[in-house]
Write a new protein. Structure first.
Length: 544
């Protein structure tokens, strides 16, 4: 009597990064296996196991585990697959199944495309099967290398290669590698940054969004059928705005139009462990897509996040100078205090260290005096920027900046050539007895350090030159951070964080306001002042 085999069909597909890459479909595999089984009446199909979207390099596949359970329970004694790569692309694992596992449970193993059937001694060659598995694994390695190289090339070209864009963006219909603002969520991102600049905490922002019924990133993806990665926040039933979500958005530089990719990488094509790369290894391309948040607003928010500020229990916003005031003597933060006198409330700031802690600044400064002095300094600074801006065009600034950078690069290259020449002469100096072994090694190490330092400076200058050449209208966006407040009548938190880095209190009613973009301002002063920048100018010759 012919033996009846209780068979399980096993089907696996992977999801390649390149959609044009060949991909066996579930329907095609099923059709091929069914055609084989129809020609073999001794085989009865008991079950069908499908691992859709799983790489053959890994054995941790749910359907494969179910198949192993059915084999070990005795429910299945025959396994039919399309080809060996469906079972595994790891030749060690494939060999273990073929050589050890299936024979141990008296399982008939059939690979249709490979013409392998374990009950046919003339057609089943374990050595050939293992060789096929080795070639299959090498194929996976080659695909992995090519895919990684292709993705790295696209990243460097400013093309988006991720699967799911960050909240606020969507893929362009015309170009899947181009991000465009999502009309449904971009304004939410803008409002988050705006609320933070106005002094609200991350917790307060999350509360406002939740009360307004605005969908969180996870909830938005679920409602619109956008796939979410398994694990972590995606598995939480409650999809509300949280402090973590708000801070993640506020710290994401992608919203400025700078595309940042390649922050992580798998250890190898066979190991799924993800390693975080150093920031120097990230691929950052400026102006890769339309910005949702201006560079000035983004930098203002990063300054706010770097300040240790707390909101009052009775308020959802920080005070106007929170985190900005520093004692000019000891460097401690100035403390805000409210006092009442004859039904009047007085607010003043004082050094948290105090005399007992060694601070030499005595007394305090009232919030009213502080507001008046800072307002005056801000107006003066804005007026200076307006005057300087009118005295020189952006084109002139850009040309002068480029000329100066080129001159610095040329000077750096001259110094670099000299250092290499000095280093080459050291051996002759040692041979001729001008220096001993100790001096030789000391000078050799010294020149090595100097060459490395010079190389680094030249690279930084070239980077600045590329930025200057690629900038639009001289990259004058920083000026707008000040000029937008030219007609401001009252100081508020937004104006403070956008224009001021810190305020140093040196004495009662005496302070120093440190503005943001100070280096850009000093550069503008230098280029605008007659004789302030002599780059490219010929020096007058004096008669002997």
């Amino acid at each position: 009597m012919e033996k009846i085999y209780r068979a399980a069909k096993y089907i696996r597909t992977s999801c390649p990064d390149d959609e044009s890459q060949y991909r066996d479909s579930i329907a095609n595999q099923r059709k091929l296996i069914d055609a084989f089984i129809q020609a073999h009446t001794e085989i009865i199909v008991i079950s069908e196991k499908i691992d859709d979207g799983y790489s053959g390099l890994f054995v941790e596949r749910p359907a494969l585990k179910e198949l192993m359970s059915e084999i070990e329970s005795g429910a299945v004694n025959c396994v039919v697959i399309k080809d060996l790569s469906r079972l595994s692309r790891d030749y060690i694992e494939a060999g273990r199944y073929i050589r050890d596992y299936f024979p141990a449970y008296d399982v008939r193993f059939i690979s249709v495309d490979d013409h392998i059937d374990s009950i046919r001694s003339d057609g089943f060659d374990k050595t050939i099967a293992l060789l096929k598995s080795i070639f299959s694994e090498q194929y996976s390695h080659d695909v992995s290398v090519k895919t990684r190289s292709s993705l790295d090339a696209k990243r460097k070209q400013g093309k988006y290669v991720g699967a799911i864009p960050i909240y606020g963006y969507q893929k362009s219909v015309d170009d899947k590698h181009q991000l465009i603002p999502d009309p449904n969520t971009a304004d939410v991102v803008r409002s988050i940054f705006c609320m933070k600049i106005q002094g609200m905490s991350a917790a307060a922002i999350a509360s406002v969004l939740n009360k307004s019924g605005i969908s969180s990133p996870l909830s938005y993806k679920r409602k619109h059928g956008i796939s979410c990665p398994a694990g972590g926040y995606a598995d939480k039933s409650a999809a509300l705005w949280s402090v973590t979500t708000i801070l993640r958005i506020l710290r994401d530089e992608n919203y400025t139009g700078t595309l940042i990719q390649g922050r992580q990488r798998s250890f190898s094509y066979k190991i799924r462990n993800i390693i975080n790369l150093d920031e120097s290894e990230w691929v950052k391309i400026e102006n890769a897509h339309q910005a949702i948040i201006s560079r000035a607003d983004y930098e203002a928010v990063q300054r706010i996040l770097a300040i240790d500020t707390r909101t009052s229990p009775r308020h959802d916003r920080v005070h106007i100078f929170s985190g900005m005031l520093i004692c000019g003597c000891c460097g401690s933060n100035m403390m805000r205090k409210c006092a009442k006198y004859e039904e009047q409330q007085y607010i003043y700031y004082y050094c948290s260290t105090g005399k007992n802690g060694g601070c030499r600044i005595s007394g305090s400064i009232s919030e009213e005096d502080l507001m008046d002095i800072v307002m005056q300094r801000v107006k003066e600074h804005i007026m200076n920027i307006e005057r300087l801006n009118a005295s020189i065009s952006e084109t002139q600034i850009k040309e002068m900046m480029r000329t100066e950078l080129v001159q610095q690069i040329n000077a750096g290259n001259v110094k670099l050539r000299d250092l290499h020449r000095y280093k080459l002469h050291l051996r002759n100096s040692k041979t001729e007895g001008f220096i001993d072994d100790v001096e030789y090694q000391e000078l050799y190490d010294f020149y090595d350090d100097e060459i490395a330092c010079c190389d680094s400076k030249i690279s930084a200058l070239y980077k600045e030159l590329r930025r200057a050449d690629g900038s639009i209208d001289g990259d004058s966006g920083w000026k707008q951070s000040f000029l937008q407040f030219a007609y401001m009548e009252k100081l508020d938190r937004e104006a403070v964080v956008k224009m001021i880095q810190s305020i140093c209190i040196t004495a009662a009613k005496e302070l120093i306001v440190n503005f943001v973009y100070q280096s850009e301002y000093e550069q503008l002063v230098r280029y605008s002042t007659p004789g302030g920048c002599t780059v490219g100018e010929k020096k007058p010759q004096t008669k002997q």
